[in-house]
Design a protein around this ligand. Structure first.
Ligand code: 7XF
Length: 408
């Protein structure tokens, strides 16, 4: 068998998530890739060390830049996203930060969608302007609205789809076409879908970022981030964003755990999606519920776009109760199996309140302007027996109604 056969690049998604780029026979037959716990690398000669630093030779120098365990994770995620290259970092925020610090400079502009994870919003609207970058939030569910916002200095258009926490869906192709025509890069946070359900690069985006803390890792036991995109951009982010602008390196142990998660990614995303659809349907039929956000639910805004760019609905469901915030709080306090916690994409079903938790970085006024409801409750549907989740959610809704709060 040739080396290229062993790389498994021609195989299906799940096979590549398990086998890509690793040949056990090159590592003493070890079935799982070794964890390279080393901070630095020996140079064959003094000259060879210099050549590595000058980029004239391929190889490892120092653990802050790269490690073989990390390199395999990067190769796998990049391949699954259909990207030339990947870069793994210490967290999702490390990935988004390294991307911004590398690609933007004082005087540049960026356009972001109205709805982003709270700290991504804070990075763009509080962090970057301190260094002379102008950031304009826009409603990218209407891509035509971009036309007046893209200037000569616009370098990046950044959004999530579906967005955290209200699941709004953005047409990747429509935004990317406009951005490209104006000379700007399109970067999509693909955390909610993962490449198992949506590959933004196939729809015209230039760069994908992930909080691998969520579905890629999949087990609530690590923090990590990934960037995937063209080789030259990813190389620049490694050389600048990772090496000296943030130093936010992923640990080899964490890279190993993230790869263990990847092996079951496709399976998990299917089950998350199937269960979430059932929960979304239950919610939409319950008298306590005022509205449900789930991309696969009948009548969901831009559901056609969702079905064009995603293969299933994913594991996140958000909803508002008739009794608003008080009813939502009563629901969260009544559930027993569902765990009150932020984060998402774990095996455990988690519930949280975006306005006071994940999106507390927005001001009250910003949340109102950007469509993040004060009463919105976000569920990350886990992998437990779906009947158990359904029963617990229903009991929570009944309890919220009985408390009187849901009458609102
Ligand atoms: O730095 P992290 O690995 O936590 O990733 C940041 C991040 C980036 N993009 C999206 C779409 C995210 O959802 C996140 C983290 N979100 C968690 C949440 O919404 O529950 C953070 C818990 S405060």
């Amino acid at each position: 068998m040739t080396t290229s056969d062993r790389s498994n690049r021609h195989r299906g998604f799940a096979t590549r998530a398990i086998h890509l780029g690793y040949d056990p026979m090159e590592e003493s037959g070890a079935l799982t890739p070794p964890i390279h716990m080393t901070s630095t690398y020996a140079f064959e000669s003094a000259e060879a060390g210099g050549a590595l630093f000058r980029g004239e030779r391929e190889g490892y120098i120092y653990g802050r830049n790269r490690n073989p365990t990390q390199a395999l994770l990067e190769e796998r995620v990049a391949d699954l996203e259909g990207a030339e290259a990947g870069l793994a970092l210490a967290s999702g925020m490390a990935a988004i930060g390294a991307l911004c610090w590398t690609l933007l400079e004082a005087g540049d502009e960026a356009v972001i969608d109205h709805t982003l994870y709270g700290n991504t919003f804070a990075l763009f609207t509080r962090g970057l302007p301190k260094f002379g970058v102008k950031v304009t939030p826009a409603d990218l569910t209407d891509p035509a609205g971009l036309d007046g916002l893209l200037g000569e200095r616009t370098r990046i258009v950044f959004f999530e789809t579906p967005a955290n926490p209200n699941l709004r869906v953005i047409d990747i192709r429509a935004v990317a076409d406009r951005a490209r025509a104006a000379g700007a890069l399109t970067a999509v946070d693909n955390t909610f879908c993962t490449p198992a359900l949506q590959r933004p690069l196939e729809h015209g985006a230039d760069i994908v970022v992930h909080s691998a803390t969520k579905y890629l890792g999949g087990h609530g036991d690590l923090l990590a981030g990934v960037i995937a995109g063209p080789h030259d951009i990813v190389h620049r982010i490694r050389q600048h964003g990772l090496r000296y602008l943030t130093g936010a390196t992923i640990s080899p142990m964490t890279a190993f755990l993230a790869m263990r998660g990847l092996k079951t990614l496709e399976l998990r995303m299917e089950r998350h999606s199937e269960s979430a659809l059932r929960i979304a349907r239950l919610l939409s039929e319950h008298p306590a519920v005022a509205s449900v956000e789930y991309p696969w639910l009948e009548g969901f805004p831009r559901g056609g776009t969702a079905r064009r760019q995603m293969t299933m609905g994913g594991g996140l469901v958000s909803f508002e109760l008739h009794g608003g915030l008080a009813a939502g709080m009563a629901f969260m306090n009544a559930v027993e199996l569902v765990t009150r916690a932020v984060s998402l994409g774990d095996c455990e079903t988690l519930v949280q309140h975006p306005a006071s938790m994940t999106h507390a970085a927005y001001t009250l006024e910003e949340r109102a302007r950007h469509g993040i409801g004060e009463g919105l409750v976000r569920l990350s549907v886990g992998l437990e027996t779906v009947e158990d989740i359904l029963r617990d959610v229903e009991a929570g809704l009944d309890a919220a109604m009985a408390s009187g709060a849901a009458a609102g």
